[in-house]
Design a protein around this ligand. Sequence first.
Ligand code: FA5
Length: 337
Amino acid sequence: MSSLEQILMDARLSMSKASSLPELEQAKARFLGKNGIVTAQLKGLSLLDVEARKLAGAAVNRCKAEIELLVESAKERIAEADLQAKLAEESIDVTLPGRNPGMGSLHPVSLALERIEKLFASVGFSVADGPEIETDENNFAMLNMPVDHPARSMQDTFYLKGTSNVLRTHTSPVQIRYMQEHSKKCGPPYRIICPGRVYRCDHDATHSPMFHQIEGLWVDTGISLADLKATLTQLFRMFFERESINIRFRPSYFPFVEPGVEVDMEWESKGGKVKWLEIGGAGVVHPQVLRNGGVDPERYSGFAFGMGLDRLAMLKYGVNDLRLFFENDMRFLRQFT
Ligand code: FA5
């Protein structure tokens, strides 16, 4: 056997034995490195005469090329083995039982909403819905706030570029949508609540740029402010589970109701001093708004209200900063089971 055949056999054995890339590098260097066996053969060619050098040179180069191929295929084999080992290490046994992440719970705002919906349903209200991207027309104009009406600036609005749409600033446009849709079919009585997200450019401990409101609308014959007060008083007593709750109406201005009121709730009284908290706006639906909804104001009247749902949840659960509702901190949320 020639020395080159011997070298090749030796190389095959070494490459097949290498089980890691550093081992392979070492084996490669032993044959092809600066002081390697094949390199020594190439250096030795200079001692031969021209004809013999040609033949021997070709043979040494063939041997070198073959060893390079051996190195490449060993490299692939090692990479594949490494990959398989990694996959085996990271593999997931899908048959194992799941880890217990702890019991989930509803968000406090969802809890408050669920409760309010149940209470209103128990006195005959149904739930209506509307889009969060609303037309300027429904959010403002149909609610008695035409373009340039100063009341538009009462709510800092997010306008949608290049359209006449806005992120709705309150849930009141659902009143218009509901009345328009149902006046075509059957007409009043209407008794609905509409909970949902609303948006305003506003941010501090009691104001959030996205918050939740719950709208209420009752349209029928002979509905008055007294019905509004009786309904809200009764529902707040049930919601807060406190018989002693009183509400008061403060005169206020909303273009879509006449008269309009701010609703305050008696929260606590210390040393004979009563503390009132504002929770929403309300009033008797303006005749023009009824007309815009396809309802005859000569025949029907109604009341409407819009409450801050997050504010109600803050009061119910004793939370003093609205922003806590939107931070999704598990330590906070876990307390509401
Ligand atoms: C309105 O939005 C009227 N649409 C309510 C209404 C409906 C009046 C029907 C008459 C008839 P106001 O801007 O006051 O009104 O908002 C109502 C309630 O939403 C407030 O009392 C407050 O509880 C809550 N609220 C307002 N802005 C924020 C805010 N940035 N973050 C959290 N809650 C807010």
